[in-house]
Design a protein around this ligand. Structure first.
Ligand code: CMC
Length: 425
């Protein structure tokens, strides 16, 4: 960080110097925080493709080489090898938990797993068929009314309790929302079950058909949540940091993150991929026709689950999910024609000059939906699962921001292009 190197900027015959900042992995940035003060100019970078909004120690992504690391640890060493709550702890606290820390965290997650009973009735107020992502963002926002001390979080224990409550109850709320949508009674969390087993049980257990917990399915649930746990300054995390910078309470902040994630260009893509594959399967278009439509500039359609702002190589998360999907479908003896279509689409796109030249590869959302389907999740729950996984990442970024004394409210500038001074007659 910092250093003695400078970038020079020449404007109107005058030269200005700005320090070059280098990250621990060699990423370079020009620190222009004094630009406007010194030159009167601002930068213009719509959609922030060239803007580093902060320095962060949480997650490293190298899009050119397909690298993803949480706190320095490669995703390949975590997904399928650790539990989701261990990775949540890693993101929140910087290190994997010791045995004692793990036990303590598990106890806290269990203690905070019950939804306030009065909140249960909120589900009755949503119209039938409401999208669970809309329900989730509303429910999370309303938590501030039940736990108002969130407005004055100052002690680190208070922050940890709120973070734990969020990670634990989000799971309960998601399962309740699903049960409500299918007209079944809610299933309460159980203290004898692990985080993921508990979630699967709350989702799929019923008074007339007890759910049999399968350790392999629990493992794959852990893997899926770990894969989604953080991805540095993506749209929803940037939302969380932006909203949080106004010192909005953590529940409202996370609720905004959930809303940002729901968009089809972001987390909502996992649902959009399945809808696209179903369309192809039902005979609407062939895979080849779909690819041609996605390449056509005059057609707004995109190949969903393909492309990424940062990855210009194969998304390492997609690689892990593709492998897990094949394995679980075989293990469950599920023959899903959508997997064949997805593989055909991928092969066609990866050998097509349009996708090669633009460096468009499958992203995390391309195969995840097929796996969620195999586990029994309905399509409209896919993005909720993404959000459940992403919670520790959002909270870790929020914590990092509030504990940084130099953080200020996020407030970009603009270049005004409207009417000049126009007096009323
Ligand atoms: N299908 C067809 N063309 C594409 C696609 C696609 N999926 N993605 C990008 N392109 C084209 C795009 O039209 C543009 O072409 P041109 O240079 O001729 O204008 C070029 O590739 C660069 O794309 P971009 O839209 O400028 O890239 P971006 O960084 O602004 O957008 C993206 C990234 C993920 C929003 C975009 O690739 C996309 O819309 N993909 C489909 C939706 C999707 O799968 N989203 C999930 C993203 S990963 C998980 C997450 O973030 O939640």
């Amino acid at each position: 960080m910092g250093g003695t190197h400078f970038a020079e900027l020449k404007i109107d015959g005058k030269t200005f110097k700005f320090p070059i900042v280098v990250g621990t992995e060699g990423e370079k940035a020009i620190d222009i925080s004094t630009l406007r003060k010194e030159t009167g100019y601002v930068t213009l970078d719509p959609s922030f493709a060239n803007t580093g909004a902060c320095c962060s120690e949480i997650t490293y992504v190298n899009g050119e080489c397909g690298i993803l690391r949480y706190r320095g640890i490669p995703i390949e060493d975590l997904a399928g090898k650790k539990l989701f709550i261990e990775v949540a702890y890693l993101l929140l606290h910087g290190n994997l938990p010791t045995e004692d820390q793990y036990k303590q965290f598990s106890i806290l997650l269990n203690d905070h797993s019950l939804l306030h009973e009065d909140m249960r009735h909120f589900f009755d107020g949503f119209p039938r068929g409401s999208h669970p992502m809309h329900i989730m963002s509303t429910m999370i926002n309303s938590m501030a009314t039940f736990y108002p001390n969130v407005d004055t979080l100052s002690l680190s224990e208070d922050i940890d309790t709120t973070a734990t409550r969020l990670i634990s109850t989000f799971r309960t709320m998601a399962a309740f929302a699903y049960k409500k949508s299918i007209g079944e009674p809610p299933v309460y969390p159980r203290s004898d079950l692990s985080y993921c087993a508990n979630f699967l049980n709350m989702m799929f257990d019923s008074p007339v058909k007890p759910y049999k917990i399968d350790p392999e399915i629990v493992d794959v649930m852990n893997l899926l949540l770990i894969i989604h746990a953080d991805h540095e300054q993506n749209c929803s995390t940037t939302t969380v940091r932006t909203i949080g910078s106004a010192q909005v309470n953590l529940y409202a902040t996370i609720s905004a993150g959930v809303s940002a994630l729901s968009g089809p260009l972001h987390g909502g893509a996992n649902q959009a991929v399945i809808e696209m594959l179903k369309k192809i399967h039902s005979g609407g278009h062939s895979a080849a026709q779909f690819i041609e439509m996605a390449k056509n500039k005059n057609n707004p359609l995109k190949l969903m689950g393909f492309g990424h702002r940062v990855y210009k190589s194969y998304d390492p998360r997609a690689k892990i999910i593709k492998e897990a999907t094949r394995r679980i479908l075989k293990r469950l003896e599920v023959k899903d024609p959508l997997l064949d279509i997805a593989m055909e689409l991928e092969a066609k796109a990866l050998s097509d000059s349009y996708f090669i030249e633009k460096k468009l590869y499958p992203n995390v959302d391309f195969y995840s939906g097929i796996l969620y389907r195999a586990l029994g999740f309905p399509t409209n729950m896919f993005t909720v699962l993404f959000a459940l996984g992403r919670l520790p990442g959002w909270i870790a970024h929020w914590k990092e921001m509030v504990s940084d004394d130099s953080s200020k409210i996020v407030r970009p500038r603009q270049i005004y292009t409207g009417r000049t001074l126009t007096h009323l007659e």
